[in-house]
Design a protein around this ligand. Structure first.
Ligand code: MLT
Ligand code: MN
Ligand code: ZN
Length: 309
């Protein structure tokens, strides 16, 4: 099983088009040692040819161009994207669905009922796509049943409800529903290897912490370093927690959480941060925050990174 990071940045990407923070300005001018990143998405494949796209980023077309394995060219019109799964209805995770409208058949889309409701109302991508390829919606159930896809034989995907908020345009923004946000456990049934993926992880509930044990790969929320990062820089009135994200530093932060996840020699775990906001100082490769992460055995996802499980 292969997991490819198509986009490792949070909403806005890195650099963000209108941002002149230390990181964005520095990466543009070449004065900061950091890598550009597109917006949040991964792809999973059992055979390296048929892929499940997990989240459809606004940068999807550039991501397809940068990852030729997503275009196997088996016929005049073709794609390696067999289906799409979205983990929430946020702009950075669903806008790319519109870019798939030239398909010849309805787009198989896995989403929870809460997310599908948002994509049918507040951000009506479903109704819009009905005028193009159409959507074949597969409801993700949260009662314990795994998601099984014909295109990914011997891969099991278990959805995990996460406590967070629906996007600002959701009709139930102020009344959170189970299924507004999910995490995923992806298992290769042949090798027994497992990955946990949660680009938004604001609250570490007991069932989430339990699911994070015994993984071979943790791909988790790396949005901000501090809770008030966006406020301090004058870019937002919202804390990381307000947006459903757990900062890395400080008591109860992601570093502490990941430190608490033991690895046995039999199951060494890779701890990788993803969905990194452009303001986050960990993007600076020779900076002190990046060194701190390294001391804790924590890596940063980069666009194009591939994991073989
Ligand atoms: C988030 O996860 O909070 C988003 O990246 C927000 C956005 O897309 O602007
Ligand atoms: Mn996001
Ligand atoms: Zn910036």
């Amino acid at each position: 099983m292969k997991i490819k990071v198509l986009g490792s940045a949070a909403g806005g990407g890195f650099p963000q088009w209108n941002c002149n923070c230390h990181n964005c300005d520095g990466v543009r001018r070449g004065t900061v040692k950091a890598k550009r990143r597109t917006q949040s998405s991964i792809a999973v494949s059992a055979n390296g040819e048929d892929w499940l796209l997990v989240n459809a980023s606004p940068d999807l077309l550039a991501q397809i161009a940068a990852n030729p394995e997503l275009q196997p060219a088996r016929q005049p019109r073709d794609t390696g994207i067999a289906a799409v799964l979205v983990m929430d209805a946020q702009i950075d995770h669903v806008t790319g669905l519109l870019m798939l409208r030239e398909r010849g058949t309805p787009l198989p889309l896995y989403a929870t009922p809460a997310v599908w409701q948002d994509l049918s109302t507040g951000f009506p991508i479903g109704p819009i796509l009905s005028h193009y390829c159409g959507v074949e919606h597969h409801a993700i159930a949260l009662g314990g049943a795994p998601i099984v896809l014909a295109a990914l034989p011997r891969v099991r995907i278990d959805p995990l409800p996460l406590t967070s908020k629906a996007p600002p345009y959701s009709p139930h923004r102020e009344a959170p529903e189970r299924g507004d946000n999910i995490g995923l456990v992806v298992t290769n049934l042949d090798t027994g290897k497992r990955a946990f993926y949660a680009p938004g992880l604001g609250v570490l509930e007991p069932h989430v912490l339990a699911a994070m044990q015994d993984m071979d790969l943790l791909l988790v929320d790396g949005t901000t370093w501090t809770n008030d990062e966006m406020i301090r820089l004058g870019f937002s009135k919202k804390t990381a927690a307000d947006m459903g994200h757990l900062p890395q530093s400080g008591p109860g932060g992601m570093i502490e959480v990941l430190d608490g996840i033991g690895a046995s020699p039999a199951r060494p775990v890779r701890k990788v941060l993803i969905h990194i906001n452009n303001t986050n100082p960990i993007l600076v490769e020779d900076g002190p925050e990046r060194r701190t992460l390294a001391e804790h055995g924590i890596e940063l996802a980069e666009d194009g990174m591939t994991f073989e499980l």
